[in-house]
Design a protein around this ligand. Structure first.
Ligand SMILES: Cc1ncc(C[n+]2csc(CCOP(=O)(O)OP(=O)(O)O)c2C)c(N)n1
Ligand SMILES: [Mg+2]
Length: 351
């Protein structure tokens, strides 16, 4: 099943009768700028981790088109449940570098208010966000709210029972939910081919979901499909799944060494399909990005990287006891006891 592609790796546009998109210079420049900014933040954060300023970082390198193309096709009022690698999507929602990094510096559980950005906190328990999103979408449905819900997850997470329960329940309850899978070919060191025999779109259709497969490194195809599918969900068409076929260009995390399990030739092949390079090729061919416009994006990226380095080092440590207050909305007796025991332990180290 070939994924839908509107922009090939050489930067050539192809029409598709079903998935039309008004490809304007403004749209392309906007998507290009957002992807460049995301990559800039990603490499600054990687460097910070290598310098010991962050405990861990999971790169979004190579997945910018899947994230930027999809989130910009939603409305800002649509509630999004990310996994843990959706930095490009988070930046599109206005989440700041400081808010993004604080968790990875180990200072707080999370850095942003999910209601403010309509972007939930990162979920590191694999696939747990899928039933959360399904439940949230049931609430949206019952409230008759004018919004839809979107949930990001990976190919590996699709193997979890919770993911499959969510697919089934969302379809059965006909909730306004978009499942967005970034199939980046890896779940840490496990390749996607050992995780499933049938493509995810096929499995999703078996659950009764509308399902589509798109070239996840083609920002225009991702944008076109997400917009059309989101419109369909918004108008009562029921839940859907989009599988964006992409590639994780870095290791799973900064604690991972991908050279131990994947070949250089694999990486070379995917480098040729880089999402930013192909949009840049289109912009150049069409004359849609002049020298000044390009320099402005370069400057913005450099400034964001600089800002990221500065704010990271200045992030306030926060009180360790505060962490107990962000677990549940109301403290249970057990949590109160755990807090008491923790503070007692911390005091025992004071001198
Ligand atoms: C319930 C659970 N099991 C195992 C893990 C360990 N783990 C973290 S990420 C990961 C692989 C996830 O792969 P995928 O869903 O494809 O997302 P990607 O990291 O590729 O973006 C695993 C097994 C976890 N965090 N949670
Ligand atoms: Mg994966």
């Amino acid at each position: 099943m070939d994924p839908l592609q509107l922009l090939d790796p050489g930067g050539n546009l192809h029409d598709d009768p079903e998935w039309t998109l008004d490809v304007t210079p403004e749209l392309c420049r906007d998507l290009y700028r957002r992807m460049r900014i995301a990559r800039s933040l990603d490499s600054a954060a990687l460097a910070l981790q290598r310098q010991g300023e962050l405990g861990l970082w999971l790169q979004s390198l190579g997945q910018e088109a899947a994230q930027v193309g999809s989130i910009t096709a939603l409305r800002d009022t649509d509630h999004v449940f990310p996994s843990y690698r959706e930095h490009a999507a988070a930046l599109c929602r206005g989440i700041t570098p400081a808010e993004l990094l604080v968790q990875w510096r180990g200072n707080r559980h999370s850095g942003w208010d999910p209601q403010q950005y309509r972007f939930h906190i990162y979920t590191l328990v694999l696939a747990a966000q899928l039933p959360h999103a399904t439940g949230y979408a049931m609430g949206v449905q019952r409230d008759g709210a004018d919004e839809i819900v979107a949930v990001y997850f990976g190919d590996g997470a699709a193997s979890e029972g919770e993911a499959n329960e969510a697919f089934n329940w969302a379809a059965a309850a006909e909730v306004p939910l978009l499942f967005f899978c970034q199939n980046n070919h890896w779940a840490i060191s496990t390749p996607v081919r050992t995780q499933m025999r049938a493509p995810l779109v096929q499995r999703a259709r078996g659950f009764g979901l509308d399902a589509y497969r798109v070239d996840g490194n083609d920002v225009l195809a991702v944008h076109a499909v997400t917009r059309a599918v989101a419109d369909r969900i918004r108008s009562g068409g029921g839940p859907a799944l989009i599988e964006a076929v992409t590639y994780r260009m870095a290791g799973h995390s900064t604690s991972d060494d991908p050279d131990r399990y994947r070949t250089a030739s694999d990486l070379d092949a995917w480098s040729l399909r880089d999402p930013i390079a192909r949009l840049e090729a289109l912009l150049a061919r069409q004359g849609w990005l002049d020298g000044d416009q390009r320099a402005a994006v370069d400057a913005e990226c450099a400034e964001l990287a600089e800002q990221t380095r500065t704010v990271c080092r200045e992030l306030p440590l926060g009180e360790l006891s505060e962490l107990f207050g962000t677990v549940l909305s109301e403290e249970t007796p057990l949590l109160a006891e755990e807090r008491r025991q923790f503070l007692e332990l911390a005091r025992s180290y004071e001198d």
